[in-house]
Each structure stands twice: as C-alpha cells, then as structure tokens.
Design a protein around this ligand. Structure first.
Ligand code: CA
Ligand code: CA
Ligand code: CA
Ligand code: CA
Length: 261
C-alpha cells in the first residue's frame, strides 16, 4: 500500500500527539510547574513557557522523524558490520495464491511474512525488539517482540502479518505482528512497490534491515517470497528459482528445501 508524503506527515503528527496525550507524567508536570511558577513568579511567563515547550517539542519531534526517515531511506543500510540476525526470507505479497501461514485463508495482509535467523553462536534475547517499516516508523512498530522472546543460535523466527500462526517447532517460532501496537491493521505493511524494514533492538538501534523496490537494493518480488540462496549467506533470489520448483514459492521457518534450520 503506497502512502503519500502528506499521509505519512499526518500520521507522524497523530503519533506525536498520541504519545504526548499518553504521557501523563509530562502533562501533569507541565501543568504543576506552570501553576507553581505562576504562584511564585509571573503567571503569564509560566503559561507561555509551558505552551512554548509543548509546541516546540511536538514540532521538533515531527521534524526529526521526517528527517530521520528521509535520511534512512536515502542512505539505505547503516547497521553494524556483522549482524547477529539476518533477514533470510521475506514475502511481500500475501495474496500470492498460497496460504503462507497455513490458517486456511489467503490474505494479502495476514500472509505476508518476515523470516529472521540468529547467525550468532549464542541464544539472543529479543525482548522489546521491534520490526519497523518506513511508513509507520518507530512510533508504530509493525511488531514488538514480547518480553521473554528468545531465539536459539541458528534457529528461525517468523513474523506473519496476521491470522493464526503455525505451531512452533524445535527450530522455528511463528508469530503474528503484534496486535497490541496501535495501527497494526496493516500488519507488516510490506508495500508492493518498495519498503524498508528495520529490526531494532530494545534500545532502538538497528540490528538488520531489508530494503527492496524503491526502498532498497533488493527486488520487489511478487507472487512468491524473496529468499537468501543458499539460506543464511546467499544473495536474495525469488523462491521458486532458489527451490528449482515453480510450486515451492516460500518456506517460512524452513530452509529452501523444506528442511529445518
Ligand atoms: Ca504486501
Ligand atoms: Ca493465511
Ligand atoms: Ca510499509
Ligand atoms: Ca525459508
């Protein structure tokens, strides 16, 4: 789904105000300080300061976000040299004709998925990590990994856009994008023409990213997934080419040949 710059700007403003409204402490503090200062000093000054601060903060946040997004889109990958997690397979076309999450219905939003692999030698704690796309940004993550989520060395974790995920397996976990986050009615929101998806750690730092179409280096592959071939280390390749079988168009939680990681 393509979003116009105006749409994104409006969303940014809404997100900023949503955060401001939900941040009860700062609102209360601003109000208390204003009243206290008004009593001690000149009331007009305190009120003006409070109003100016709120306005400045909102404006700064909106400006920073727009700038960051533009910079990231233009600059592409800027993650660490060696990432402990890689994007191994991505299906941007949930309506590709097969039921990727296996819940009985083919859905353009729900059957999109992102397959991540732990490339490190250690189990990773993904608590509070997020997947964000370029449209919604950090304020509205497409997924936030729940507290206690861990990923074993060499194992896979797959996030679908929605629906019912498959049962977890020994070497693969299956999730749906976090419905607790506001705005998730678009699921992963993997746009057809292009997008940039970032995996951020609990501190908001980029661990890995996947950009395609007008959002990065990879092709905007429709009708099937785009997968590293060979798995983990190879270049991204349309899945049917990687599998050598036109009917094997994705492999969420599995290697290209259908075996476990
Ligand atoms: Ca899509
Ligand atoms: Ca489905
Ligand atoms: Ca998107
Ligand atoms: Ca796979």
């Amino acid at each position: 789904m393509h979003k116009s710059p105006l749409f994104i700007f409006v969303l940014t403003i809404l997100a900023v105000f949503a955060m401001a409204c939900s941040d009860g402490d700062s609102s209360v503090d601003a109000g208390e300080d204003g009243i206290a200062d008004a009593g001690e000093d000149a009331g007009e000054d305190a009120e003006e300061d409070a109003g100016e601060d709120a306005g400045e903060d909102a404006g700064e946040d909106a400006g920073e976000d727009a700038g960051e997004d533009a910079g990231e889109d233009a600059g592409g990958d800027e993650g660490p040299e060696v990432s402990p997690i890689v994007f191994n397979e991505v299906l941007i076309d949930g309506a590709c004709g097969e039921d990727a999450n296996g819940d009985g219905s083919i859905d353009a939003v729900e059957d999109e998925f992102i397959e991540l692999i732990n490339m490190s030698n250690a189990t990773l704690d993904l608590s509070g990590w997020t997947l964000v796309d370029r449209d919604w940004g950090e304020y509205l993550p497409r997924h936030t990994f729940a507290a206690g989520t861990s990923l074993a060395s060499g194992a896979a974790i797959v996030v679908f856009g929605g629906g019912e995920p498959p049962e977890d397996e020994a070497r693969a976990q299956y999730l749906i994008s976090n419905a607790a986050d506001p705005g998730t009615f678009y699921g992963l929101d993997l746009d057809a023409n292009g997008d940039t998806i970032q995996l951020l750690d609990a501190d908001g730092l980029e661990v890995a990213s996947y950009g395609y179409g007008d959002g990065g280096d990879e092709d905007a592959v429709s009708d099937e997934s785009n997968t590293r071939a060979p798995d983990l280390s190879g270049d991204f390749t349309p899945h049917s080419q990687a599998s050598g079988d036109p009917e094997i168009i994705f492999s969420p939680g599995k290697q290209i040949d259908g075996s476990a990681f």
